[in-house]
Design a binder for this molecule. Structure first.
Ligand code: IMP
Ligand code: MG
Length: 183
C-alpha cells in the first residue's frame, strides 16, 4: 500500500466509541445474572469484538469462530464453513454471537443454527453494521450498531481483499474497489 490510504469516514471513531458504549451498557443490563459467552466471528469482527467486550461490565467469557464462504460473491447460496470452532457443548451458556456486518443474512443464519444445535441456554446476535436492503434470509438481530445503506464498506475489521481491516473508522469503497470520500 502506497500513498494516502485512509479515506474520509462514513462512521467516525467518535461515533463508534459512543455507540459501543451504549451497546455495552445494554448488554450489561440484559445479561446480569446470566452466564454470558461472547463469541467473535473472525476475521471481520476482531476490532468491534475487542471494544465491545471491554464495554460490558460483567465477568463474561470470550471465544472465537473463524468462518469462510465459498461460491459466487453476493449470493445467499454461497456456503459458509467453520474453519475454527468453539466448544461443542454450550449447555448453560448464554451465547452472544458478535458479527462485523449482516448483508444477505446467510452467515448469521448458518451460525445461529449450528450454535442452537449445541443447546445453549440462550442465543442472541450483535452486529456492528446492518445492511437490511441486501437481506435474502430473514434473521433476527438483537443488537445493531449502525444501519447502513447498500454500499461496500471497509475498516474497523472489515476488509476488501483482506486490506483495510486496520482503518480505525468505516469508509466506503466505490465500484472500482477504491475508497471514496464522502462529500
Ligand atoms: P452475509 O452472509 O451475506 O450476511 O455476509 C456477511 C459477511 O460478508 C460479513 O461477515 C462480511 O465478512 C462480508 N461482507 C458483507 N458486506 C460487506 C461489506 O460491505 N464490507 C466488507 N465485508 C462485507
Ligand atoms: Mg463477518
Amino acid at each position: 500500500m502506497r500513498g494516502k490510504i485512509f479515506g474520509k469516514p462514513i462512521i467516525t471513531q467518535e461515533e463508534m466509541r459512543k455507540r459501543i458504549k451504549t451497546l455495552g451498557q445494554q448488554i450489561t443490563t440484559d445479561y446480569t445474572d446470566k452466564n454470558l459467552l461472547m463469541v467473535g466471528v473472525l476475521k471481520g469482527a476482531f476490532a468491534f469484538f475487542s471494544d465491545l467486550t471491554r464495554a460490558v461490565r460483567l465477568p463474561l467469557h470470550v471465544d472465537f469462530l473463524i468462518v469462510s464462504r465459498s461460491g459466487a460473491k453476493g449470493k445467499s447460496t454461497r456456503s459458509v464453513k467453520i474453519i475454527s470452532d468453539i466448544a461443542k457443548d454450550l449447555s448453560g451458556q448464554d451465547v452472544l454471537l458478535v458479527e462485523d456486518i449482516v448483508d444477505s443474512g446467510a452467515t448469521l443464519t448458518f451460525l445461529k443454527k449450528k450454535m442452537m444445535a449445541r443447546k445453549p441456554r440462550s442465543i442472541k446476535c450483535c452486529t456492528l453494521l446492518d445492511k437490511p436492503r441486501r437481506r435474502e434470509v430473514d434473521v433476527t438481530i438483537d443488537y445493531v450498531g449502525f444501519v447502513i445503506p447498500d454500499q461496500y464498506v471497509v475498516g474497523y475489521g472489515l476488509d476488501f481483499e483482506n486490506k483495510y481491516r486496520n482503518l480505525p473508522y468505516i469508509a466506503v469503497l466505490d465500484k472500482m474497489g477504491e475508497r471514496t470520500k464522502k462529500t
